[in-house]
Design a protein around this ligand. Structure first.
Ligand code: ZN
Length: 452
């Protein structure tokens, strides 16, 4: 048994009181005790009185391979952006994905993220080992990981958006998804890897694959994830092709419930907001990406008020260009207020407080991912903790640390602990070589660009 004592100027646990001179005692990857004042003895101590300690941030939506294709189509809406990128993505293989995932995960860890999903849906023909590369990279860098076996089956020739060159046969998708669940899914408490079933979107797979995927996931007790209600283009596609709005379609296909979470969930009417909440379906809000592609602004406050689970996601780096979850927390706060102001609300400036934004970035994301053992700092939870400095130029002298960090999002965490293991210290990644990761992603991005 090994113990690690984490001390900070303030422990903002996300549950219970905020503790000045607080500490968290980790034992074998889990939190044994949280307190303040005189701490217990431990095998190892990380003492950061100039920092606030928070629950590790949770990334509820991402496409890590996109780190190799940042900066394409800087001004296009979702469908134009996708059409511009599909031919680039058609070139990826397991090496590309490994290099990109190292960059994405390093950036996430350095921003204080300790638990992330990844929605991988591009499996070009003859490419092997892509899903394995993602799982291995998370293990190498020490990130708690929920990889989604995504898929696309509705090519252009059948009326879908993606070119036929990047879609797969449905039987092969389902067989490979089941194989990945058998190989990598660990349902145990404190698990470092859980597999998710995740057809890409209503405009890139068939309704039959959606139905079959839901059945497969439920047979194995794993979660379901897809994109939904991201843009009005998608809404028009669903109305024209299926005669139904996106949520109505998903409800009919068995795709609502407490084992489902959607990325984006922007274009919901009042009845749909209530339906999402009543069915306990989760929403991963990705504010930077949504603004980048001009998709709109999620009704976060309405969803939370209705009782829905809402988390935050960075989304793929081809529509965000960074993977800093602390920045998404900041953007969530600002967009909620902009949205409230545009609705004519007099209380717009108090919409989504800093602590509410922290809740989305931690416990809210954990709820989307089905992790009741993550998202807060309390005895019995996973020992996943992020530390942010309060004495750097960006924050020195600011009152109220949780508000200060939400209003002035930190560029990187000072220290990060995942499952009781220190993976970032003094703002540097201990589990990977940041300089090499940077060189490799630059070279791979250049190679893909040259291949067009
Ligand atoms: Zn996405």
């Amino acid at each position: 048994m090994t113990t690690l004592l984490l001390r900070a100027g303030l422990v903002f646990a996300g549950a219970g009181p905020e503790l000045e001179n607080g500490w968290v005692l980790a034992r074998d990857g889990m939190i044994a005790e949280v307190g303040s004042g005189t701490p217990p003895l431990a095998d190892e101590v990380l003492n950061l009185p100039n920092c606030v300690a928070v629950p590790g941030l949770v990334n509820a939506h991402d496409h890590m391979y996109q780190w190799a294709t940042r900066g394409y189509v800087p001004d296009g809406g979702l469908f134009a952006w996708l059409r511009g990128l599909y031919p680039v993505w058609a070139q990826i293989d397991a090496d590309t994905v490994r290099i990109a995932a190292r960059a994405a995960m390093a950036r996430l860890l350095l921003s204080g993220c300790t638990l992330s999903t990844d929605h991988h849906y591009v499996f070009p023909r003859e490419s092997k080992g892509i899903f394995e590369a993602l799982v291995e990279t998370a293990s190498e860098l020490g990130l708690r990981f929920h990889p989604c076996r995504g898929s696309m089956s509705l090519g252009e020739s059948k009326g879908g958006l993606p070119p036929d060159s990047v879609v797969e046969e449905e039987d092969a998708i389902l067989a490979h998804t089941e194989e990945m669940i058998h190989t990598f899914h660990d349902a145990a408490e404190g698990s470092m890897c859980r597999v998710v079933v995740a057809p890409c979107s209503p405009f890139s797979v068939t309704p039959q694959l959606m139905r079959d995927s839901a059945q497969l996931a439920r047979r194995h007790g794993v979660r379901l994830h897809t994109h939904l209600a991201e843009t009005l283009d998608e809404e028009r596609f669903c109305l024209e092709r299926f005669g139904k709005r996106p949520l109505e379609l998903m409800q009919e296909l068995g795709w609502t419930g407490d084992d489902v979470w959607f990325a984006h969930g922007i274009h919901f009417n009042d009845a749909e907001v209530n339906q999402v909440a009543e069915t306990r379906t989760g929403i991963a809000h990705c504010p930077s990406s949504n603004m980048r592609v001009g998709a709109g602004m999620c009704r976060v406050e309405d969803l939370v008020r209705a009782g829905a689970r809402v988390g935050l996601g960075v989304d793929g780096a081809a529509s965000n260009e960074d993977s800093n979850l602390a920045m998404e927390l900041h953007q969530a706060l600002l967009t909620a207020r902009a949205r409230a102001a545009m609705e004519g609300r007099e209380d717009a400036a108090t919409a989504l407080g800093a602590r509410d934004a922290w809740q989305l970035a931690t416990a809210g994301g954990a709820a989307c991912l089905g992790r009741d053992d993550c998202g807060t700092l309390a005895a019995g939870k996973c020992a996943d903790v992020a530390f942010y400095r309060l004495d750097d130029l960006a924050h020195a002298g600011m009152d109220d640390p949780p508000a200060a960090l939400a209003l002035a999002p930190p560029a990187r965490a000072e220290a990060v602990v995942v499952h009781g293991r220190i993976v970032v210290r003094e703002g540097r990644l201990l589990t990977g070589d940041e300089d090499k990761i940077t060189r490799d992603i630059a070279a791979e991005s250049k190679r893909l660009r040259a291949g067009l």
